[in-house]
Design a protein around this ligand. Sequence first.
Ligand code: GLU
Length: 295
Amino acid sequence: MKKTVTLLAAALLLAGCGKPGTPPPKGPQPSALPSYQVATGSPVTGSPTLDGARARGHLVVGAKEDQPYLGQKNPATGEYSGFDIEIAKMVGADLGFGPDRIEFRTIASANRETALQNGQVDYYVGTYTINDNRKKLVGFAGPYFLAGQSLLVRKSNKDINGPQDLDGKKVCSAAGSTPYQRIQKQYPKAELIGYDTYSACVDNLITSQVDAVTTDNTILMGYAAKVPDELKVVGPLFSQEPYGIGTPRNDTVLRGALNDALAHHEENGDWKKAYDATLGLSGIPAPTPPPIDRY
Ligand code: GLU
């Protein structure tokens, strides 16, 4: 495990460093990130979660730390970046919290519901699919993006071109994720392996210990873009994964305020600017954000 973890980390570092002579990454650079107008005073009242955050002095937001272009933590500075991180910051600004008053905390896929239920985080932004099962445990603002399940394989692979080819293959995904559950239910002949993180799966793919990694196309495109000589995304999207901001289930005031904030930043152009400067770098042009579902 340890050895393989180092492999992807090294590849990501190399990819990020830009060896002399390598072309700069395509698309806008981090300087193109928008800054968000922070609402003054207490713009939202009646939310127990926000009352707690104000008393504490800052928001605590759950996120991923190993998903390129989406949620990534710089091991040297401890800073988080990516599209999900921008979403967390833009909505935070409307709640009255500037980026200096947001503390990010890494929470793995399998631990999101518990983290929101226990008050470990005020809200969660990390490729979090909205669905009815999860809605029994947590609330969701959004969706703010629509992804779909896909497959990541080694560049040399020829026999896996879609989920129908997974019989007898070692397929890795994150425990507790919707892609993991879909393989378990709909492709039971695949040999499914669950890790805490997708980066652990990718390490095992690079070292040929698994044959494919499956999760949302957005996440897989990020890994493939970092090591394009080793990995490729194949096949069609075989699910719909609408991303929401997870909230404590009963805090409907917070959910409403987050929906207002998403609508505001989609309208004023921040959403697209943030997308172009982050997830857009993995190669998918900015789509129109999906309609917000105020259930
Ligand atoms: N969007 C999927 C989910 O929420 C997969 C990505 C993830 O595990 O964060 O389960």
